[in-house]
Design a protein. Structure first.
Length: 341
């Protein structure tokens, strides 16, 4: 794993902590398309499921050596908004957030806080064990990182999907098998640590109960009611760009500044059909530095399709009704009606 990967991780954690602390129409074809859509009652172009109804609690644990990071830190987020943060450089106790006003919410937050000492001890021990098992002693042990990632997803039908997995230097190490109440080793070097964790049956039961039952879901619901940041919505900004080559033109739709994280971005051609020649490598939602998100979606247009202004980028997000369609030089609010099922 490269140092840059973890610098990105460090920047992400700092951004999480700061969250609580602080062109003119170019082608008449577009106009013709608008008129066509006005004459017709609607055109069904896509089926969109509102994934924003799936809420999440994510719990991150990180122990490291050789990086410009605290020796240990952990972050808990609900729908990507930080609700708890601790690191080994902090002096004094973790302050109770001002938005916690109900007794139930405080109890949930205090449970999370009560796990900090145990988490710090076990994750630090895991880093030491993994370093030894992989024979990364001496100079090789100067730069290593151990990460834990647990949480649950609360689905619209009320079901809860829990998970807990650990990684050493970016590779899977162990994971929690909730059904059988035990850890599973991903590599031979993880067997010793897996065995040590399996011996603590009381803690295993606590993990299974928290991540895979209504307990985790209740934490999500209670924090949603208490934390005003979890109710905010920010609409996306859309920028289009192009990169011309000898045989092709790559056009990119850059969608940025939106929250919540879930978004749907799709390119459509002049025939109002989805474009399939997409560049998959950029189809990832990434964090900005202010608590919002961004995504780039590109398509490659063959040279024979010289009029790229017949292409439109359609964006759906919970902060806007319907969708925003941006063609070259113009933004069209809801020109395309898309059914929600």
């Amino acid at each position: 794993m490269q140092r840059g990967d973890f610098q990105h991780g460090r920047q992400r954690q700092k951004r999480l902590q700061l969250q609580l602390q602080d062109k003119v129409l170019r082608d008449s074809q577009i106009a013709k398309t608008e008129l066509k859509l006005e004459r017709e009652s609607f055109i069904l172009l896509a089926v969109y499921r509102d994934a924003t109804k799936v809420h999440s609690l994510d719990w991150y644990f990180v122990a490291s050596q050789g990086f410009d990071l605290p020796d240990y830190f952990e972050v808990v987020t609900v729908d990507d908004i930080q609700v708890y943060y601790f690191d080994s450089n902090m002096k004094g106790d973790v302050p109770l957030p001002e938005w916690l006003s109900s007794t139930t919410a405080r109890q949930h937050w205090n449970f999370i806080h009560s796990r900090t000492d145990f988490n710090k001890r076990t994750i630090t021990e895991a880093l030491k064990s993994a370093t030894q098992q992989f024979n990364l002693t001496g100079i090789s042990s100067d730069v290593n990182i151990y990460q834990g990632y647990g949480g649950c997803h609360l689905h619209p039908d009320g079901t809860v999907q829990g998970f807990l997995t650990h990684a050493f230097n970016g590779k899977d190490f162990v994971s929690l098998d909730s059904e059988n109440k035990r850890f599973t080793a991903a590599v031979p070097q993880a067997v010793l640590y897996k065995t040590l964790r399996d011996r603590n049956q009381d803690n295993l039961q606590t993990l299974v109960t928290f991540y895979n039952t209504r307990w985790c879901a209740d934490v999500i619901k209670e924090f949603q009611q208490q934390n005003p940041q979890l109710h905010m919505k920010k609409a996306p900004e859309i920028l289009l760009s192009e990169k011309r080559k000898s045989a092709t033109t790559e056009i990119t739709c850059h969608v940025t500044g939106f929250y919540p994280r879930t978004v749907q971005v799709q390119w459509f051609g002049s025939d109002m059909q989805p474009v399939v020649e997409e560049v998959d490598s950029e189809n990832k939602v990434l964090p900005n530095g202010d608590g919002t998100y961004q995504i780039r979606k590109s398509v490659v247009i063959p040279a024979e399709h010289t009029d790229i202004h017949h292409y439109s980028c359609v964006v759906q997000h919970s902060s806007i009704p319907g969708n925003i369609t941006k063609a070259w030089g113009k933004i069209l609010l809801n020109p395309i009606l898309i059914y929600h099922f």
